[in-house]
Write a protein that binds this ligand. Structure first.
Ligand code: ZN
Length: 529
């Protein structure tokens, strides 16, 4: 049996013994945690020594909300990240089109018009001028809006007569003609026109995403919203022992009901295959804040014509939450706007069995202080992403208003914690970087990148609280806190190893702390030079 002896400073996050000097790993679990002598006494002949030096070990960091296949796919696509104008994005798409046969789809994403000088949504006209012979679809950085050219509109059959689908919005000019912007469920019209991904593509994308997660120091990811094809590839990779990190998969809950029921029935038979667990379902209440799809009680401060949109109507959402819960599966509901969050929590409370299933609100970006009590009543997990706050801070107040109640409850981790919710942190990668060091820094500092000024510092967490949300909280969110999330004898041997002690560096320096490697189920992965 493989053995590891990890020595140095270990922050166990176990309240009964917060610090240890060593941990002995036998097989896939901790055999001893304590002093070096205690651990050495129990070690066998060929134990491998891992000396942390001036660094530290923490329980394996988890990302409680990410999109693995999307991460892999976007590596191979046009990136509009950092582009400073509509024109620059169109040029990047044109460059990709030069290498692609005429008529094939050019895909990409990462643009954010809030960061451009005009702050105006882009149009099909500019994209069609730059790329006239390929259908193009470029997702906004939040993946809740799609910018397409004329060929893509044509391929999807969208014209002035096409009605807005339920839970979606087609951007239109004053004459009603589509402008090339499709929000939330309207994006599906285009996705259906694209060729379906091959199994080999899905596998490659998943492995790219999972390896990136492992490289970033994560030992577990919760993958949000998986269709049958992706789940089958996961099943295969798990059976072949090819998953480099643990995966908690959420079944796509927006599928047609017979498909959803069939998927739950199928996975209920074997919800766990090695490091893969599938016992939850991802649903959507609303869209995202940036594309004004987040459902609010009051109109957007910077657009009084809209309160956002329901991706799933409240009635349908309640019905699906009830259905998933009745099957014993955990509902995980994307909710961003204050109305969507309140409605979701009330829907959880209405299902008697939901409490026990630990229903999750994914994102929980806006929750009015008067609604915070709903978290405890629903027994809900607050699955939040600290980097969303620091990325959105430069423009969020334009959407929310300064003196509004919804702003007081914006990205409010402290509020959620004080209300009695369990916090589970993640990144929503590839929407944000999957580097957990950035998430920790955002949670503690709430300072946007490149700025030292915190946004709503009253919502900041301590480093210990933030680490807990990335470890124990994420484990709780997948019903695994009895075996993961702290460093304790008998628990799964998952660790993240750093080259400096996280508690000894100023919070602003957290993203620069070197990562030494990880231990996943007793397997050591050391970071190369
Ligand atoms: Zn997401």
């Amino acid at each position: 049996m493989a053995e590891l002896l990890v020595v140095g400073t270990l922050h166990t996050l176990d309240p009964s013994r917060p610090r240890a000097k060593a941990a002995l790993v036998k097989g896939d679990s901790f055999a001893a945690v304590g002093s070096r002598e205690e651990c050495e006494r129990l070690a066998g002949q060929d134990v491998r020594l891992v000396d942390l030096g001036s660094g530290c070990a923490v329980p394996g960091l988890a990302d409680a909300h990410g999109h693995v296949a999307l991460y892999g796919r976007t590596r191979a696509e046009v990136s509009c990240a950092g582009a400073s104008s509509e024109q620059e994005c169109a040029e990047r798409a044109a460059k990709a089109a030069e290498r692609a046969p005429r008529g094939t789809w050019i895909r990409g994403g990462g643009w954010s018009h809030d960061l451009w000088r005009e702050q105006r949504l882009p149009t099909a006209a500019s994209l069609s001028a730059a790329v006239p012979h390929h259908p193009v679809a470029l997702a906004r950085s939040d993946v809740h809006a799609l910018w397409v050219n004329d060929l893509a509109l044509h391929a999807a059959g969208i014209d002035a007569r096409t009605p807005d689908p339920d839970g979606g919005h087609i951007g239109r000019d004053p004459k009603g003609a589509p402008t090339g912007i499709l929000v939330d469920n309207a994006m599906r019209l285009v996705f259906h026109a694209m060729p379906r991904p091959q199994e080999s593509d899905i596998e490659a994308n998943l492995l790219t995403g999972l390896r990136a997660a492992a490289e970033a120091g994560l030992t577990s990811v919760h993958d949000a919203g998986l269709g049958p094809e992706v789940l089958e590839v996961y099943r295969k990779l798990a059976a072949e022992r090819r998953l480099p990190v643990r995966v908690y998969g959420m079944i796509d809950g927006q599928q047609a009901l017979p498909t959803l029921d069939g998927q739950i029935d199928l996975w209920k038979l074997t919800p766990r295959i090695g490091p893969l667990t599938v016992q939850s379902v991802k649903l959507f209440a609303d869209g995202a804040l940036g594309s004004r799809g987040a459902k609010m009680f009051e109109p957007y401060t910077d657009d009084w014509t809209t309160t956002g949109l329901w991706v799933t109507s409240p009635d349908e959402l309640r019905a699906r939450i009830g259905r998933v819960s009745a099957a014993g599966y955990q509902p995980c509901v994307h909710a961003i706007g204050d109305r969507a969050c309140a409605e979701t929590l009330q829907a959880f409370s209405a299902v008697p069995s939901a409490h026990r299933l630990r229903p999750r609100v994914e994102h929980l970006q806006l929750l009015r202080p008067r609604d915070a009590h709903l978290l405890r009543e629903a027994g809900a997990v607050a699955s939040m992403q600290p980097t969303h706050a620091t990325s959105d801070a430069p423009w969020a107040e334009a959407r929310l208003g300064m003196a509004t109640e919804r702003r007081q409850g914006a990205y409010a981790w402290r509020q959620a914690l004080d209300a009695g919710a369990i916090l589970a942190f993640g990144s929503d990668f590839p929407v944000e970087s999957l580097d957990p060091r950035k998430g920790l820094a955002s949670a503690v500092l709430r300072a946007p990148e490149g700025s030292a000024v915190p946004w709503m510092p009253e919502q900041s967490l301590t480093l210990l609280e933030a680490l807990r949300a990335f470890t124990w909280g994420a484990a709780y969110a997948e019903h695994a806190e009895w075996r993961r999330g702290v460093i304790r004898v008998g628990f799964d041997a998952d660790l993240t190893l750093f080259g400096r002690d996280l508690f000894e560096v100023p919070p602003a320096a957290l993203p620069e702390v070197p990562l030494l490697g990880t231990v996943v189920a007793g397997q050591l992965f050391q970071k190369g030079p």
